[in-house]
Each structure stands twice: as C-alpha cells, then as structure tokens.
Design a protein around this ligand. Structure first.
Ligand code: NAI
Ligand code: MG
Length: 495
C-alpha cells in the first residue's frame, strides 16, 4: 500500500486556500488566551497565507495540565500496547490518505517544491508512524540475575508529559520523528511547531483526533520561541523536552531545563558535514550525491554536505560538473512541476545566507556560480558554489543553511580525516570511493552520528540519526529514539 502510493506520479496541484487556524488543547480547537494571532507567509511570494493563534505561557500551562491529566487517565495509561499500535496505524493511514493535501500545505508554508514534499517528506512521515506503531507493543524490559534470592526485572515506562519544539525545514517529518516514539511509548505531548511553518502540524493534529487519540494526549501550541518555546522548556511539569534547531537555541533550552525541573533533554542541532570524494569513486554517482547532499531542500538541511572535500586529481572536473548542475536548477513557484528549487523559508534566512555569501567573497574564496538573490518577490537565492575555500573561513566553519556549497581540495586520506573532523559539529559525513577498506576506515574515523558511504541523505525510520559533539544529544529514529521517551524502572522482589 505504501509502495503503491510512493509510485504514483506526483499530481500537479494549485496552492491551497487556508482558513485562519486555532490551537489544539485538550481535544478542543481554541484561540490563544491572549487573543493574539500571527501571520504565516508563502515564501515564494511573501504573501500572507492565513493567521494562526499565537500561543504563550498561559496556553502552554493549559496544554501541559491537559497532557498531565491525559497521562494519568486510564484511557491512555491503561491502554494495551496493541491498541496503541492500532491507533497509530489508523493515524498513519489517515495521513497517507491525505498526503497530497498535506504535501500541498507543506509546500505552501515552507516553499519546498510540492513534488518533493509529496515524494520525500510525506512518504517518510507515514513510514515513521508505521515503524513506531510496530514498537508500541514491543517495549520489553529484562529479567536481571542479581545476587541473593530475589527476582529482579526492569520495565520501560513512558517519561510522562513531553514538550517538543521543532524547526521549519521538514515540519511534518520532524513532528513524526518526535511523535512516533513518544506515542509508541505512551507519553503525552505538547508540541510547538516553528513560527514559519505551523500549518501541517495543525492539520496532522486534526487527523490524530480523527484517529481517536484521547483528548489531551496531543496538544499543539503554535507560537514563537522566546514565548511559547521558552514556556515549554521552563515548565515545572514537563518531564522531557526534545528540540531541533540552532545550537545556540539548544543551549537556551538545556539551560532552561536545568534551571527548572531538570527535565530530560534531547537535542538535534546543526552541522557542517564533510562530504569526501576520492578520485577512485564512481564520479557520476559522487557528483550527483554531492549536489543532492548540499542543494536538497534549498540547502536547508541539518546534515547538508556543506564541506565538499574533493581529491586534487578530480577537483576541476567535478567542480565543472557541479557548476553545470547548479546552473540548470529551475528556481520558482513550489507548485510549478518544473521547479527544482524553491525559495528559502523567510526573509531572515535569505538575508543570513546572502551575508555568508558576502563573507566568502570577502575572505577570498572563488564564487564560481551563483552568489545573488533572484528577483525581488519571494526569497530566492541562486545555487552558489565556492571553490578555493580554506578551512578557517567563516563559510567553511559555520552552518549556512542555504544553497551554498564549499569545495576544498585534498591529497590523501589522513589529511582529509583530520580536516573533516576539525569542526565543532558531528552530525553527518560521507565518503565516496571504490576501495572498500578505505571506505570503512574513513567511516570509522569520522566523528559524526551518521556516515554515508557512496550515497547521501539516505533516511529510514529504522536508522538512528543524531549528533556527536555540538550537533546534539541523543538519537532520533530507530530503536534508539525509544531511549529518549522511556524511563527504566527496576523492580526487585524478595523470594
Ligand atoms: P531556532 O533554533 O531559533 O528555531 C527552532 C525552533 O526553536 C523554533 O520552533 C523556534 O520557535 C524555537 N525557539 C527559538 N527560540 C527559542 C527559545 N528561546 N526557547 C525555546 N524555543 C525556541 O532556529 P531559526 O532561528 O529558525 O534558524 C536559525 C538557524 O538555525 C538556521 O539558519 C540553521 O542554521 C539552524 N537551524 C537548524 C535546524 C536543524 O535542523 N538542525 C533547523 C532550523 C534551523
Ligand atoms: Mg530563531
């Protein structure tokens, strides 16, 4: 069934009309306590899509209280794991049957091409919920052989009320990465979507209600970081906070957790991932992988391969091919089937990217293609490639989060491992080579949570993802994400 949907060619759709949006607290769609609303815009045009209820501390307080009641209610806490699995499968089926509409909403709010939102984001969302539905009745503890005449066993219990703060680059998918394991383990949720992209979170929450989750299990509070986001991370009755976004925000969230109730913290932060191409690689595949690894999603990927290390011998040839590919990108409206690159998510992100491009030029890198904004309507940035990039330049050190590639030369494996690791980040990396020993050696030597060999951006709900070093704490996806959403209880019985 999933495969059949995945194989359907993307339909051509028009931008949907969207009504003003309320927030979801305790199973009811309500206005903000303050009555405030904010605009969400279409980044391809700068036009307002609709107004959204703007949550703040008062709304977060109500949502947390509802999530606590739901956590303690027998409807949720006594639900059989197999029934929770059924509920999650029903939810996944509903998302799948509305995938075209949801992809259109995602494209409109974020700017990514509709065809990508449908084929990549929504398919992965459905698979993520199905994967975690499978875990709901399989969370086993252990029996532990301790000294003496005792029976000792462990239980995996839900952490409780979890606060989740997500970014705007893959809105529905980041929600799925957080809701999947949280629901499978029996937690209750207060989610704050990014202020740039609140629409799919709200639409998917409606489907969760339709699937039959009890009131209060899922609450969604749209709003801004320093208000609604901070109210979650500071809250004394939130047991865990999960955050994805910028490193400096991650530090604020972690500090708030420490200064309130020591809630559990998991963080998925940025990266400056090395993508390493050896001369002995399949260069067609490596070129395509390098291009995808950086330009996918308008360059707005935490795992973007933004430091492209190319072995000297093939450097010039590869740069020519990449520049050709960059020039053939078709920038435009997210609903035009010909579009391959949409706008950046908002004006602030566009200006930030243009600032990095200026710094690359000032610091002496060569801009071989791109380098400018496109037009003056919407937030489009030309696909940009810098060569002659030195490791200490700002564009080689900081996360740009846009369609800007840094190409660096290298001579041998030891050199490129050392340079690849010389970064505060450790989210992802890739290596391209036909030498299997070299591939594994490099994969083991790079300090990153994910290493792709002869591929890039391969994601699967079963494969854990997360960062070494300042790229984060904890692993999302796979069995490992269940660690974040369960407490382990030891029970010892005298026999
Ligand atoms: P951000 O970290 O400010 O926003 C991410 C989420 O955190 C949003 O929901 C936001 O409302 C919330 N937030 C902001 N301040 C908060 C606070 N004080 N307390 C609690 N929650 C708060 O990221 P932003 O400003 O949208 O993007 C800036 C840069 O961050 C990007 O250029 C990119 O480099 C990086 N980024 C990385 C992402 C990733 O996937 N690792 C995703 C988004 C941004
Ligand atoms: Mg911000």
């Amino acid at each position: 069934m999933a495969a059949a949907v995945a194989e359907k060619p993307a339909k051509s759709v028009r931008a949907p009309k969207v009504a003003d949006q309320k927030m979801l607290i305790d199973g009811k769609w309500v206005d903000a306590a303050s009555g405030k609303t904010f605009e969400t815009i279409n980044p391809a045009t700068g036009e307002v899509i609709c107004r959204v209820a703007e949550g703040d501390k008062a709304d977060v307080d109500k949502a947390v209280a509802a999530a606590r009641r739901a956590f303690e209610s027998s409807a949720w806490s006594r639900m059989n794991g197999s029934d929770r699995a059924r509920l999650m499968h029903r939810f996944a089926d509903l998302i799948e049957s509305h995938a075209d509409e949801l992809a259109a909403l995602e494209a409109l709010d974020n700017g990514k091409p509709f065809s990508i939102a449908r084929a990549a984001d929504l398919n992965l969302v459905v698979k993520c919920y199905r994967y975690y539905a499978g875990w709901a009745d399989k969370l086993c503890g252990k029996t532990v052989p301790i000294d003496g005449n005792y029976f000792c066993y462990t239980r995996l219990e839900p952490v409780g009320v979890v606060g989740q703060i997500i970014p705007w680059n893959f809105p529905a998918l980041m929600q799925a990465w957080k809701w999947g394991p949280a629901l499978a383990a029996g937690n209750t949720i207060v989610l704050k979507p990014a202020e740039q992209t609140p629409l799919t979170a709200l639409a998917i929450a409606k489907l969760a209600q339709e699937a039959g989750f009890p009131d209060g299990v899922i609450n969604v509070i749209p709003g801004f970081g320093p208000t609604a986001g901070a109210a979650i991370s500071n809250h004394m009755d939130v047991d865990k906070v999960a955050f994805t976004g910028e490193g400096s925000t991650g530090k604020i969230v972690m500090t708030a957790a420490a200064n309130s109730n020591l809630k559990r913290v998991s963080l998925e932060l940025g990266g400056k991932s090395p993508n390493i191409i050896f001369a002995d690689a399949d260069l067609d595949a490596a070129t395509a992988g390098a291009f995808l690894g950086l330009f996918f999603n308008q360059g707005q990927c935490c795992c973007a391969g933004s430091r492209l290390f190319v072995e000297d011998k093939v450097h010039d040839k590869l740069v020519d091919r990449l520049a050709g590919m960059a020039k053939s990108q078709k920038l435009g409206d997210q609903f035009d089937p010909a579009t391959t690159q949409g706008p950046q998510v908002d004006e602030g992100q566009m200006n930030r990217i243009l600032g990095y491009i200026d710094s690359g030029k000032t610091e002496g890198a060569d801009c071989v293609t791109g380098g400018k904004r496109v037009g003056d309507r919407g937030y489009f940035v030309e696909p940009t490639i810098f060569t002659n990039v030195q490791d200490n330049m700002k564009i080689a050190r900081e996360e740009i989060f846009g369609p800007v590639m840094q190409v660096m030369r290298f001579k041998d494996a030891d050199e490129v491992i050392a340079r690849g690791n010389r970064t505060e980040f450790g989210l992802a990396a890739a290596v391209w080579t036909s030498d299997i020993k070299k591939a594994h050696n490099i994969a083991h030597s790079l300090r990153a949570g994910t290493v792709w060999v002869n591929c890039y951006d391969v994601f699967d709900a079963a494969a854990p993802f997360g960062g070494y070093k300042t790229s984060g704490i904890g692993r999302e996806l796979g069995e490992y994400a269940l660690e974040l959403y369960t407490e382990k209880k030891t029970v010892t019985v005298a026999l």
